[in-house]
Design a protein around this ligand. Sequence first.
Ligand SMILES: Nc1ncnc2c1ncn2[C@@H]1O[C@H](COP(=O)(O)OP(=O)(O)O)[C@@H](O)[C@H]1O
Ligand SMILES: [Mg+2]
Length: 396
Amino acid sequence: MSEEYFSDGKIFADKEVLRSSYIPENLPHRKEQIASLTDVLSTTLKRKTPSNILVFGKTGTGKTATVKYVCNQFEEMARTCNYALIFINCELFYTHHRVLSYLARFFNKRVPVFGWPTDAIYSEIKEKIDTEDRYVVVILDEMDKLVTKEDETLYKLLRINSELNKARISVIGISNFLPSSELQDQRSSLGAKEIIFPTYSTDQLKDILTERVHKAFNYSALDDAVIPLCAALATKRNGDAKRAIDLLLMAGEIAERTKSKKVVEEHVRIASKKIEANSTVRVVKTMPLHHKILLSSVLMLTREKNERYFISGEVYYMYRRLCDHLGAKPLTQRRLIDLISELDSLELINAVTVNRGRYGMTREISLNVPEELIQPVLFADYELKTLSNFSIKALK
Ligand SMILES: Nc1ncnc2c1ncn2[C@@H]1O[C@H](COP(=O)(O)OP(=O)(O)O)[C@@H](O)[C@H]1O
Ligand SMILES: [Mg+2]
């Protein structure tokens, strides 16, 4: 067989292993969390008082993967029992009403999307669940995406056991944020067990990747520098394991497309730039209007003036010119100061506070993303369209 035959598709052994739907058989550095979750579920299974569990940790710390892994094991343990496992992603079911309707439907009670108040649905669910002696585990993933309002229904769900005679329920709530202190009272009254998922270190990410590549890549298709680099880049992104795995997948695809024999550092760097660019585009696209106008101001200045940075006064002036051009009512300077900080923390601009002697404190602002990346995104916004024929020079 020719050399070419071998180099074709030689990189990956099984690409699926790198997709987000894949549940790994082994979760390095999550032993403690697995043990805690298993402990709660198995004691409840033995007819003890059920507990709720709250899981906290940043994006990509393995919360979803770990809970799913434990639930799979639980299904084995519970094979001879009457139980139900219900997994709800609150990114899709983002109101209390939707969550409860979903639960009601799970127990064969159809509820109209509109019209029924949540406490009526809650009563229905309670009645349905309690018709049998069973153990129900409800997993609320991405719980922080729930639109909270003042609705207490979900908190009622967490306390439902005291109102049940036959059935028992454990709710596992998964959140990307530690709850605010206002929720402290509510939390302690729930008596839920809290499990924290700490951020992964670079070494831990290396272990996770090493485990994964054995299945995903063909033998010797990865240069030794690849895993450490993916781990290091993901560490800068809050130790997000998903980012680390995405980098591997994309680097592998780039290597494949360029018919390389091995994935090397360069492929990872290209992949990283692409992923960063995609996330920048996503952020810019979904920003509110005045964030976009402000970012456009910095973009215009960068494009038409040959300077590295601009002082805040210049940017505000430009912003007001653009608002004028667009027929939008400008925000107050106080509000703009906040917006500058927000764009800075989104890493779209750099805003450095400097002391300019008798002129006092000001901020030096520069664009932190490529002009050619964000300009099309900004100008594609219907409300900003006419900026494409705006020119600073014409103003002077
Ligand atoms: N300890 C681990 N071992 C193996 N893979 C992991 C581990 N932690 C996270 N992952 C993987 O990283 C990705 C992100 O994990 P996920 O559980 O979705 O994070 P979270 O829900 O905390 O945002 C998934 O592909 C998951 O399989
Ligand atoms: Mg998750």
